[in-house]
Design a protein around this ligand. Structure first.
Ligand SMILES: [Zn+2]
Length: 443
């Protein structure tokens, strides 16, 4: 009995041991299982999380934000008018733009840089790698001042309209010119409304360092004329301080017509008959003419060139279709000839003037922008913008029409931002009252 009991006891102990061991193995198996799970989990987690999350987050955030934020709202206002229909087309695209951006990414490098540095702006704001600013001049007088920001390069074309315009121009420029240097300065011709700011006592050449100065090759101004002699003195001081100087004729004769002002952006000094030939009838045809090109987009600046100069310009250059044309001679009846317009077929036209002022004439239809200009431009585009408008000839008061006009480009899309009104010329009360609507601008 005792033996069998012992045997039973031994068997029981053995069984218990076996059971214990097996459960022990089971436990071990389980722990290895869990450790392997743990081992793989942390691996997959960081691998998938950073890979997908940051990609989708910045991609969707800028994409949806511009589309929904009120930033684009001011731009949608003119969407109801036919004139800005083309303008709003690019505006409504910010939502889809980031989706297509990677495709065109390699081409439009500026775009990716801008996004990378957080400088990308919704299409209702001033932004883009190329910006062309038509600046109001702070007074009742017509004049030109065009500031171009091409990448990090600052270009100034003219600085009118009076000596007293300089503080207004400088205040504007200082928002954008961060290193106090204008890499390129173009002085189109020797008329006060274009070069006063350079001849002023505390003028542009005093306030900024200038890299390359390109100015008119001909003038009828006498060297004793106060403003002209001031200009020459200021310009020459800037050259002595290290600026490079070419007249437009030098550019042609020395083959220095093309300036790579920024990556993918070329500034071309066009050939013009009146660089080498004096026009004794006035200064306007001596204007330096320039074509700016970024990819497929062209932008034309002809100063105050008039019809006979435009005729030669067309003959002497292979002018392309342009996105932007700065209206020659402030929308004068003597410029923007059919010969020029039929070649360049502009999409956007910016007029630098004080609309309706009697500064140059009392004849209503010849006040800038003239009826003749309106009639010739209308078949090409409705997108005509004007900086300033006269309020009273007696008091010499003025107000913004479109205000400061900025044409922006990201390399493909081009959009317009105005500091005052977004209405194009044919939508304004001034136009309704003072001009006869051409057929092309009837609804
Ligand atoms: Zn002028």
């Amino acid at each position: 009995m005792k033996r069998t009991f012992r045997k039973l006891l031994v068997l029981l102990v053995a069984a218990a041991l076996l059971f214990g061991l097996s459960s022990c193995f089971e436990f071990l198996n389980q722990t290895t299982e869990t450790t392997t799970v743990r081992a793989t989990e942390p691996k997959t987690e960081p691998a998938t999380t950073p890979a997908t999350e940051p990609k989708t987050e910045p991609a969707t955030t800028p994409a949806t934000e511009p589309a929904t934020t009120p930033v684009t709202e001011p731009k949608t206002e003119p969407a109801t008018t036919p004139a800005t229909a083309t303008e709003t087309a690019p505006l409504s695209e910010p939502g889809t733009e980031p989706a297509t951006a990677p495709e065109s990414g390699p081409v439009a490098t500026g775009e990716t840089t801008a996004e990378g540095t957080g400088e990308a702006k919704p299409k209702g704001e001033i932004g883009g790698n190329l910006q062309i600013h038509f600046i109001e001049l702070g007074n009742y007088y017509t004049g030109d001042c065009v500031y171009i920001k091409a990448g990090e390069t600052d270009i100034l074309i003219d600085a009118g309209s009076k000596y007293s315009s300089v503080p207004t121009i400088a205040a504007y420029l200082n928002e954008y010119v961060t290193d106090n240097t204008l890499e390129y300065v173009i002085v189109t011709h020797a008329h006060e409304d274009h070069y006063a700011g350079f001849a002023a006592s505390e003028g542009i050449f005093d306030l900024y360092e200038c890299g390359v100065i390109i100015d008119f090759a001909q003038t009828n101004q006498k060297e004793t004329a106060k403003m002209y002699s001031n200009y020459i003195a200021k310009r020459d001081a800037e050259i002595a301080a290290g600026a490079t100087h070419y007249t437009a004729l030098d550019c042609i004769e020395q083959g220095k017509t093309d300036f790579a002002v920024a990556e993918g952006i070329n500034m071309k000094i066009l050939n013009s008959y009146y660089y080498a030939n004096k026009d004794s009838s006035g200064e306007n045809n001596h204007s330096v003419c320039m074509l700016l090109t970024e990819g497929e987009n062209n932008y034309l600046f002809t100063g105050d060139l008039e019809a006979k100069g435009e005729k030669k310009l067309v003959e002497m250059n292979d002018l392309p279709h342009v996105v932007l044309y700065k209206a020659g001679h402030h929308g004068s009846k003597t410029s923007s000839s059919d010969e020029l317009l039929s070649v360049i077929t502009p999409e956007i036209v910016c007029v630098c003037c004080c609309a309706g002022s009697s500064e140059y004439t009392k004849t209503e239809e010849n006040k800038f922008p003239t009826q003749a200009f309106v009639d010739r431009i209308a078949p090409h585009t409705r997108r005509v913008y004007v900086t300033t408008i006269s309020v009273s000839d007696e008091d010499k008061t003025f107000q913004s029409m479109n205000g400061n006009i900025t044409v922006c480009s990201d390399g493909t899309e081009v959009w317009v931002v105005c500091s005052a009104s977004d209405l194009v010329l044919c939508e304004t009360a001034w136009f309704e009252e003072k001009r006869t609507r051409p057929a092309a601008w009837q609804n």
